[in-house]
Design a protein around this ligand. Structure first.
Ligand code: NAD
Length: 241
């Protein structure tokens, strides 16, 4: 029987995480998924293990990894934003975003790499954002209350650089680390916001979670052994003019 490929997916109860979980758990690639989230997951598939964890808490992360002995891949997808205005930003809000997006990703990656080094193999995918590449264009947000914050952008550009750092330092151990940076994914945003976003997008629509799946498959595939430290921006061309 083919060996199960163990994947750790954080933020698995969220919008993108659920789509990733559904896709990977139905894949023919024989994945076994540790589905990690602060909130309860809903998957009852037999190749999914639901784990409630706060990835910002070092003791919880260490406890999880003490039960894991081999990993094919880690997808650092958990992330948060904050939508109040910059001038009202509190240190508490600022630190909360740093904690989940950077400290959580750092802790998960550090522990995963300790295991991956032993098997001399591993694939890490960090989820960035278009706002780690470009600053958010406040003109499209109007009164929508969805104007992305400085701290979100800071963390997402940090994620892109973190991937490059890990990619270069751990390539000798056959570990690949790449970023997927999605553009805005359609959800329950206001019609006004959607219209403004779409006007600015060469593809004329917002993203869907399924738009991210080909990049996920590519980065996880066994055949892909040479893409390292790359940032795949999946945004319909939003950031290209
Ligand atoms: P979401 O809010 O739907 O899901 C995020 C998940 O992360 C939630 O289930 C939440 O419980 C979990 N989480 C938050 N803090 C955690 C913690 N401390 N420990 C464990 N789990 C925690 O978000 P989403 O839209 O699915 O976004 C997923 C990723 O994609 C994020 O990193 C986000 O920044 C990025 N992203 C999203 C979009 C978008 O438009 N949705 C665009 C670009 C990038």
């Amino acid at each position: 029987m083919k060996l199960q490929k163990k994947i750790i997916l954080t933020g698995s109860a969220g919008q993108i995480g659920q789509a990733f979980l559904e896709h990977l758990s139905n894949s023919n690639d024989n994945y076994y998924i540790y589905a990690l989230d602060k909130n309860k997951n809903f998957s009852n598939k037999k190749n999914v293990e639901n784990i409630e964890i706060d990835i910002t808490k070092e003791d919880e992360v260490l406890n999880f990894f003490s039960k894991v002995n081999h990993i094919y891949g880690l997808i650092n997808n958990a992330g948060i934003g904050v939508f109040s205005s910059f001038l009202s930003r509190s240190v508490k809000e600022f630190k909360e975003v740093l904690d989940v997006n950077l400290v959580g990703t750092f802790l998960m990656s550090r522990e995963a790499i300790k295991i991956m080094i032993k098997s001399k193999s591993g694939k890490i995918i960090n989820i960035g954002s278009i706002y780690g590449v470009n600053s958010s264009d406040y003109r499209i947000y109007g009164e929508s209350g969805r104007n992305n914050s400085e701290v979100y952008s800071i963390t997402k550009s940090g994620i892109i650089m973190f991937s490059k750092y890990l990619a270069t330092h751990f390539a000798p151990y056959n570990i690949q680390v790449n970023t997927i940076s999605p553009g805005g994914i359609e959800k329950n945003q206001s019609i006004d916001f959607k219209n403004e976003y779409i006007k600015k997008n060469p593809s004329g629509r917002m993203g869907q979670t399924k738009d991210l799946l080909p990049a996920l498959d590519f980065l996880l595939s066994e055949e892909n052994k040479y893409t390292n430290g790359e940032n795949l921006v999946i945004d319909g061309g939003f950031t290209k003019w």
